[in-house]
Design a protein around this ligand. Structure first.
Ligand code: F6R
Length: 608
């Protein structure tokens, strides 16, 4: 979603701001802008489209100024135009501000401010806040911002400066992330740690309703009651290389091909084969709650939700645990029958997805134990949950989630062993799963050897407008995920089905122009899947099958086969999803789509 960068320090701010914006590009945006205090003037430029358009507008103009703010906007209120791009300012052009989130009561506030004589120049909800601050300003920006917050309803993070307060930047957050980077030469504030780590690895995550008052390298953090907050900086160990493409044409391909390593990173130090068990230090503080747990409710969105669906099969089959998955955006609006032994699990790569976070907060209000599977360390979901497991896979940059998904599956299988072993799972069963997890790196590398073949299949099928994805049991959620990947980056219509469900209506779609991708590994539902493939073939439909190495039977019936190595049934999704990721990737490349930044989408959806 939108990105924020702000800097106050000894260096020239322009390069720091532009570098930060470029590193936030992956989140998705449609316009951008900067405002820098250049002595007693404000330098402001905005552009629609990519950051390079903004850079072109700036040209080689020398801009002095050690304090500035910048923004990438993803349109919510008002179309993507220069007028609507941030930063926004008040009537006198003195107060400049960038904002992420949504001001829900902006229309009412705007009407009131217009009545009081304020003149607006954009259609955004953000501009309202610049005028509100103007209304309350009496020589102290932090106090004026704080007063404005009393009038505002919604989720936000803001960074603002006032022309007459030389090196001061003021920022605040509620429901939308904001991180401070403590560099030697100054302080950088951003919506995402990726915009910071070139300058410093020492960061502080702000909590809701904390205000940070920055003056060069000095800063103070307060809450709304003016109480001073002492916060410890933490060290981010992501490397710059992890933020670059390293020779790959797209981040998505780099992330798909990096899965042998990222899966290993998620397993590192956690497998204890000799005990047929796993070690998950992040769960130690809720060992008793997990022991007493009667049911687990997973909450997540999109791809992470599909990981939870696979987790349901794992946890029910191997940990004897009643498990249910709920889409984050639905959680708040349904009545669920929790009991004091329920546990809520939030799964989120970014840890900032508003729908997932809101669900966790709702569960916290009901005193239900919450745990998280999160990639971004110290992100909002990580902080809102009582305990958790980190993915440890470094930043995921491509909008379409790939390495995070396989890591979520691996982490859910670790959780299955952990919970299974404190219930009925035998030592040999625990050991079997652990030993199979140890072999994943090698098996994923084997699946990746199919890339050229998959690119060839994509070449044959790229003009087809519709696809069905089918699978049963553990691979049913993988059918849903395969369809989502194809839709989001190649804009081809695709639907995922449970293999046995298609004959209850959707089979009517199938003809020679409507191909199916069928997940048919040799597992407990293999024979049933074969029957469904025959039904599709009998209607003239083409079938691309993902099956187990060495299988000849499937190859005899279908049009194309992609092989994956044999593994435990519960772990097959970790292998079977990879050909679908590669297929979606190559379809999008052939169709000339913007693979890493698909239209209309944002990497981290921080609004409900
Ligand atoms: C799809 C995709 C999204 C995310 C979803 C949740 O490729 O990336 O569906 O999985 O928005 O995001 P996180 O995991 O950050 O909560």
């Amino acid at each position: 979603m939108c990105g924020i960068v702000g800097y106050s320090g000894q260096k020239n701010s322009l390069m720091i701001l532009l570098d930060g914006l470029r590193r936030l590009e992956y989140r998705g945006y449609d316009s951008s802008g900067i405002a820098i205090k250049d002595n007693d003037k404000i330098y402001n430029r905005k552009a629609v489209g990519e950051i390079k358009e903004l850079e072109a507008k700036i040209g080689d103009k020398q801009i002095e100024g050690n304090v500035g703010i910048a923004h990438t906007r993803w349109a919510t209120h008002g179309t993507p135009t220069e007028a609507n791009a941030h930063p926004h300012c008040d009537c006198q052009g003195k107060i400049w501000l960038v904002h992420n989130g949504i001001i829900e009561n902006h229309q009412k506030l705007k009407k009131q401010l217009q009545k009081e004589g304020h003149k607006f120049s954009s259609e955004t909800d953000t501009e309202v806040v610049a005028h509100l601050i103007e209304k309350y300003y009496q020589g102290d920006l932090a106090q004026a911002l704080k007063k404005s917050l009393h009038d505002i309803e919604g989720a936000y993070s803001f960074v603002a400066f006032h022309k007459d307060e030389p090196s001061r930047l003021v920022a605040v957050k509620k429901g939308s992330p904001l991180v401070l980077g403590l560099a030697e030469d100054g302080v950088i504030v951003a919506s995402d740690v990726t915009a910071i780590i070139k300058q410093t690895r020492d960061v502080i995550y702000l909590e809701d309703e904390e205000i940070v008052d920055i003056n060069g390298s000095n800063f103070d953090i307060f809450n709304l009651a003016n109480e001073y907050k002492k916060k410890k900086a933490m060290y981010v160990d992501w490397s710059i290389e992890q933020l670059e493409k390293n020779g790959y044409p797209h981040f998505m391909l780099k992330e798909i091909c990096g899965q042998p390593e990222t899966v290993t990173d998620s397993l590192r130090g956690r497998l204890v084969a000799e005990e047929g068990n796993v070690k998950l230090g992040g769960l130690d503080n809720i060992a008793k709650e997990l022991n007493d747990m009667k049911d687990l409710i997973s909450v997540a969105c999109g791809t992470a939700y599909y990981a939870c669906l696979v987790g349901e099969y794992m946890l029910e089959e191997y940990a004897d645990l009643s498990t249910k998955s709920i889409v984050g955006s639905e959680f708040r609006y349904r009545k669920y029958c929790f009991n004091k032994n329920s546990v809520i699990l939030g799964v989120s790569q970014s840890g900032e997805t508003a729908d997932t976070l809101t669900a966790i907060k709702e569960a916290n209000k009901k005193y239900i134990t919450t745990l998280g599977i999160v990639n971004v360390v110290s992100s909002s979901v990580a902080r809102a949950t009582t305990a958790g497991i980190y993915n440890h896979i470094g930043p995921e940059i491509a909008v379409a989630s790939t390495k995070a998904f396989t890591s979520q599956l691996v982490t859910l299988s670790l959780l299955t062993v952990y919970l299974g072993r404190i219930r009925n799972m035998s030592f040999p069963m625990g050991q079997r799963i652990v030993q199979e997890l140890e072999k994943l790196q090698e098996k994923i590398s084997k699946v990746l050897e199919n890339e050229e073949k998959i690119a060839g299949i994509a070449k044959k099928y790229y003009q087809v407008p519709n696809f069905a994805f089918l699978g049963r049991k553990y691979n049913y959620p993988i059918a849903l995920e395969g369809a989502l990947k194809l839709k989001e980056i190649s804009y081809i219509h695709a639907e995922g089905f449970a293999g046995g469900e298609i004959k209850h209506g959707s089979l009517a779609l199938i003809d020679k122009n409507f191909p199916s991708i069928f997940l048919v590994p040799e597992d407990s539902v293999y024979e049933k899947n074969l029957g469904n493939i025959q039904e599709i073939k009998a209607r003239g439909g083409n079938v691309i099958a993902i099956t187990t190495e060495g299988n000849k039977e499937v190859a005899g019936i279908v049009d194309e086969v992609i092989y994956i190595p044999k593994t435990l049934e519960m772990l097959t999704p970790i292998l079977s999803v990879i050909p679908l990721q590669l297929f979606a990737y190559h379809m999008a490349v052939i169709k000339g789509k913007d693979v890493d930044k698909p239209r209309n989408l944002a990497k981290s959806v921080t609004v409900e």
